[in-house]
Design a binder for this molecule. Sequence first.
Ligand code: BV8
Ligand code: ZN
Length: 245
Amino acid sequence: MAETITATDRFHRDSRVIFFSGAGISAESGISTFRDPEGHWSKYDPMKLASQAGFLEDPDLVLNWYADRRRAINQAQPNAAHRSISDFQKLFRDSVVITQNVDGLHERAGNRNILELHGNIHRHKCNSCGKNFESPDIEMRTLNHCECGGKIRPDVVWFGESLPLQTLQNAFEAAQNCDLMFTIGTSTQIYPAAQLPFEAKSRGAFVIEINPEPTPFSAQADISVRDDAGSALPKFYEEFYAQIK
Ligand code: BV8
Ligand code: ZN
């Protein structure tokens, strides 16, 4: 992949690197994305299920959707892309994973310094007081209530809900100060997360996009590779390792 040679001679072990990921990085683990034909959104109206209104209207439908997704995730394994990030994080001393995904696969792959912008499907919280309910032993397919009377729901960020402020602030700060960003498997359409590659680029970072499809960011990327994350990331790692080790 000749185009990365120019990229690698700018970087060294202390370069500040960000791995920004979306649903596409988990596609090769067999977890459907949001926009693919058989993706999460295909069977249901996305705005309905991943929203307060949808949950309050039909809590059991929403809880079953999340329980089905959790079951698929628990049967899946991190893939070569997740594992390659762990290799990169041994090469670069200062790196952060910023993910829109709620599946927890970055953590299961042993990635470090993970910022989960949209929460985590394996955690639950009270819809009223926000109390956390760690990995319930039951599948959480029917509605349970907190002692405050609030409904217990997945601890993920729904449409119209604000992202965890400190996590979001940390993500923007990292994007504004990084030397290199990989933006991996995201359609770059959901805000404010989608702003991050633009932010990094506007502050002078070198941004590499990995996605089989073009995105609204592709024209601005320094390198935009039409490839699967599971094959492109290990190739990039080999190039960078050869230059920097
Ligand atoms: C908020 C968790 C306001 C739940 C999710 C401007 C500014 C701020 C907000 C907005 C704005 N404009 C509009 C909004 C509202 C909205 C929004 O962005 N709407 C869109 C439709 C325009 N944003 C919000 O509501 C956000 N909240 O801003 O609230 C606020 C502020 C203060 C106070 C109160 C309120 C909250 C958004 C978060 C929603 N939650 N997830 C759950 O998972 O159930 S979003 C969910 O969808 C994901 O987390 C992810 O972020 C998004 C899906 O995007 P991707 O990850 O990119 O996945 P997608 O399927 O789209 O794409 C997959 C890509 O992978 C594709 O490009 C494909 O080609 C590629 N691919 C496929 N295979 C592979 C691959 N790539 C590599 N390798 C492969 N093998
Ligand atoms: Zn409560």
